[in-house]
Write a protein that binds this ligand. Structure first.
Ligand SMILES: O=C(O)CCC(=O)C(=O)O
Length: 244
């Protein structure tokens, strides 16, 4: 599902500027910010020089990004999808540079952060235009009905996914700045390289219900930021970085 024009023009301008500022901050840090997957599945379709600049948790960079995540209209839609208790698991920024923007193979997200009640969803906030040439998101409609497919993280060939579906025939999600794409963590999705002369800018929020919880011993970062309602299963140790 895609919601068009979610933010006012002024707010959108603020968030795009803030996105660009964070990208400059990342470059200045001199850390490795290229999160390209480099899997066998996309070797044939992207340049060996391809890149995607990335960081987790944009709300840790600025209050402007936190206010974007707390936008009322955004949370109203998320509430319709997963109920009144909304937990931010993490956010991530993706900057797919012009001409060399990396591809993402078809995969499901659930295996990175499985939950007990399968309420995890993604909300992809577009802060630039995104079309086929720019390596827009591509999804296999209704594929969440296939359930949790084993070994579906996109790092290895999976017969149930890659024999049946191809990235270039998956549904392209053509978006403008301010459009937000929502999909279930079991939806098969990916993206082709950015071959255009423009950068593709997105922020992906991963959200789950406060009635749900991440299965034990999962190592993925989970900020458990309560955006609305209650985190019913939070415990002293689950919200701490220091594990007893
Ligand atoms: O940003 C993209 O093109 C794809 C990212 C993605 O599929 C993911 O992070 O799970």
């Amino acid at each position: 599902m895609i919601k068009r024009d979610l933010f006012s023009k002024n707010k959108l301008r603020t968030y795009i500027n803030e996105f660009d500022r964070i990208v400059s901050q990342l470059i200045k840090s001199k850390e490795n910010i290229n999160a390209k997957w480099s899997t066998i599945l996309t070797k044939e379709i992207e340049s060996s020089k391809s890149k995607v600049f990335h960081t987790h948790n944009v709300q840790s960079y600025s209050a402007k990004m936190l206010s974007m995540i707390l936008n009322k209209e955004l949370l109203d839609i998320i509430e319709l999808l997963i109920g009144p208790d909304i937990i931010l698991h993490h956010s991530k920024l993706f900057f797919k540079p012009p001409l060399i923007g990396a591809a993402f193979p078809l995969h499901q997200d659930w295996s990175y952060f499985p939950t007990k009640r399968d309420t995890m969803i993604a909300a992809v906030i577009h802060l630039s235009k995104s079309d086929e040439e720019m390596g827009c998101f591509r999804i296999i409609p209704k594929s969440h009905h296939l359930g949790k497919i084993n070994d579906s993280d996109g790092h290895t060939y999976n017969k149930r996914i890659h024999q049946k579906y191809q990235l270039d025939s998956a549904l392209p999600i053509i978006a403008k700045p301010g459009d937000v794409l929502f999909f279930d963590a079991r939806t098969i999705h990916g993206s082709l390289p950015n071959n255009s002369i423009e950068a593709r800018k997105t922020i992906l929020l991963q959200l789950y219900s406060g009635m749900d919880e991440i299965v034990p011993n999962n190592k993925h970062t989970n900020v458990q930021l309560v955006l609305r309602g209650i985190n019913h299963n939070a415990t002293r140790s689950s919200v701490s970085n220091i594990k007893a």
